[in-house]
Ligand binder design. Structure first.
Ligand code: C5P
Length: 226
């Protein structure tokens, strides 16, 4: 039997920099990476594409149960419209249940035979992998997160409506923090990394130092990404 895979769980609110940090850590450690938000986004986008309302709970649950992970590279998954739909379907318990198995299988058997995984999301350290080897709760002030998201959108050539990004973040934060099932909360044993006044390099160094303190911060070989 191979040794159990090492799990790094990264949770935090929208636009806190989880994705950037998770990808970089995974590359450094030679671990596989799963952006769990993509799974919720795929459910939301699937509904929008067939003209269904993301708030239709039965349709959302059905979409989650029949999710095809090979579609997770679709660029439309990253749009703001899809992110909004994702946060609506993410409040449906049946959707979360259907996606839980996929995430746990990924953690237990990383693709490509990697020795570990980095998974980022909202409930990875609390619900999906409560026994993760390292847990990071990434945070940053909402104004700072909105400014970062606006910059990213501008770089992608998207039109920005004054104040809309901030309002949308506040709305999504509220929905993620207040939902009844698996709300966004910091795991009691998570390392809190507040990046309000940090750049991506500093956040990476701090995260790596913490992971090193958990006993496995050394670099590894190339690994899969999703
Ligand atoms: O992280 P990202 O913005 O891609 O996530 C989109 C939405 O999916 C979030 O607003 C959240 O509602 C939901 N999500 C979740 N649990 C996760 C990952 C994402 O509820 N583990």
């Amino acid at each position: 039997m191979p040794p159990p895979s090492l799990v790094v769980a990264i949770d935090g609110p929208t636009a806190s920099g989880k994705g950037t940090l998770a990808r970089r850590l995974a590359r450094h450690l030679g671990f596989a990476h799963l952006d769990s938000g993509l799974l919720y986004r795929a459910v939301g986008l699937g509904l929008l594409r067939v003209g269904k309302d993301p708030a239709d709970r039965a349709a959302a649950a059905e979409m989650a149960r029949s999710l095809d992970p090979s579609g997770l590279a679709d660029p439309e998954l990253r749009s703001e419209r899809t992110g909004h739909a994702a946060s609506v379907v993410a409040a449906v318990p049946e959707v979360r249940g259907a996606l839980l198995d996929f995430q746990r299988r990924f953690a237990a058997s990383p693709p490509g035979g990697a020795r570990g995984v980095v998974i980022d999301g909202r409930d990875i350290g609390t619900v999906v992998c409560p026994t993760a080897d390292a847990k990071i709760f990434l945070d940053a002030g909402v104004e700072q997160r909105a400014a970062r998201r606006e910059k990213e959108l501008r770089q992608r050539g998207a039109a920005i409506i004054e104040g809309a990004v901030l309002r949308d973040l506040q709305e999504r934060d509220a929905r993620d923090r207040n939902r009844a099932v698996a709300p966004l909360v910091r795991a009691g044993d998570a390392f809190v990394l507040d990046t309000t006044d940090m750049d991506a390099d500093q956040a990476f160094r701090e995260a790596l130092a913490y992971i090193g303190s958990r006993g496995f911060g050394g670099p590894g070989g190339p690994a899969a990404e999703m």
